[in-house]
Ligand binder design. Structure first.
Ligand code: 3PY
Length: 253
C-alpha cells in the first residue's frame, strides 16, 4: 500500500489547524500537507507534526496574499521579483518543516510569454533549491479559470524543457478527471515523472470512496509500478472528516 497523507487545509477543518495533526495521526495517516501554511509560525507547525509523529509532505508557493487568494504567479510576466521573494519564503517554511515537496503554482496568464516566464522561474527555483523537490500540477479550468497550467502533456513538456532533476509532476486524480475524463490513463501516461499524488472522489471532490475512479485498483497499480511517493487525501469531506475515512487502509506507514 502507498503511504497516505492528509491535506490539513481540507481535512479535519472541524478543528483548529494545530489540532488537525493529532487527528490525522489518530485516523491512520502517516503524513500531512498544507496548501498555504503561511499564516502560522513554521515552528508551531513543525512541533505539531513531530508531536504527532507525522512527515510533512508538501506545501505550495504562496499566493499574493500568503494564505488565500489566487494560486501563485510563477507564469505571470512582470512578477518575477515577487515570485522570487515568495519562493524564498516557501523554501524557508519547507526547510523548517522538513517538507518533502514544494508545489510551484503557476498563476493566471496565457500565451508564449507566460510559458517562457514559467520556464525561466522554474529554472531559477530548481537551481536555487537544488536540494529540494519541486512539483508543478495542472488544475482544472472549471475550478481555476485562466490558470496557466491546465494540461498534463504541457506539464510534461515543461518539465522536460526545464531539465532539472529536482522538478517533477504532481498528479491530482480529481483535476486529471476533470481535465481529461480519464484520470487513470493520465497516471499511466505520466507515471515516469510523477512524484506526488493527490486523490479525491470525482466529480464532487468528496471522499475517494466509490464512483468514477476505482481507487483500490489504482493503489494496487501504484504498488506494482514501484511508486514510492505519497498519496495525499485532498478533498472536501461530505460530513465530519472522521466519518468519511472508510477508504483509508488503517495502517498506511
Ligand atoms: O488548488 C487546488 O485545487 C489544488 O489541487 C492544489 O493542490
Amino acid at each position: 500500500m502507498p503511504r497516505f497523507a492528509a491535506n490539513l487545509t481540507m481535512l479535519f477543518t472541524e478543528l483548529p489547524m494545530l489540532d488537525r495533526f493529532a487527528a490525522a495521526a489518530e485516523a491512520g495517516f502517516t503524513g500531512v500537507e498544507i496548501l498555504f501554511p503561511y499564516d502560522l509560525p513554521a515552528r508551531d507547525l513543525s512541533r505539531a507534526a513531530i508531536a504527532a509523529g507525522l512527515d510533512f509532505v508538501l506545501l505550495n508557493t504562496p499566493p499574493p496574499n500568503w494564505a488565500g487568494g489566487p494560486r501563485g504567479f510563477a507564469a505571470e510576466p512582470g512578477r518575477e521579483e515577487r515570485f522570487r521573494s515568495d519562493f524564498d519564503r516557501a523554501l524557508r517554511f519547507a526547510e523548517a518543516l522538513r517538507a518533502r515537496h514544494i508545489h510551484v503554482m503557476a498563476g493566471y496568464a496565457q500565451g508564449p510569454s507566460a510559458r517562457d516566464t514559467f520556464i525561466a522561474n522554474l529554472r531559477w527555483a530548481a537551481e536555487r533549491a537544488s536540494h529540494a523537490s519541486l512539483t508543478i500540477e495542472p488544475l482544472n479550468p472549471a475550478d481555476q479559470p485562466g490558470y496557466f497550467l491546465a494540461d498534463f502533456d504541457l506539464a510534461a513538456e515543461l518539465i522536460a524543457e526545464v531539465g532539472a532533476p529536482n522538478l517533477g509532476l504532481q498528479y491530482d486524480s480529481y483535476h486529471a478527471h476533470l481535465i481529461t475524463g480519464d484520470a487513470v490513463a493520465v497516471w499511466h501516461r505520466h507515471k515516469g515523472i510523477i512524484r506526488h499524488i493527490q486523490i479525491a472522489g470525482v466529480p464532487e471532490r468528496h471522499e475517494p470512496l466509490e464512483g468514477t475512479i476505482d481507487y483500490p485498483a489504482l493503489f494496487a497499480d501504484l504498488d506494482q509500478s514501484g511508486y514510492r511517493g505519497w498519496v495525499s487525501a485532498e478533498y472536501n469531506p461530505a460530513g465530519l472528516t472522521a466519518q468519511g475515512l472508510g477508504w483509508l487502509p488503517r495502517r498506511s506507514g
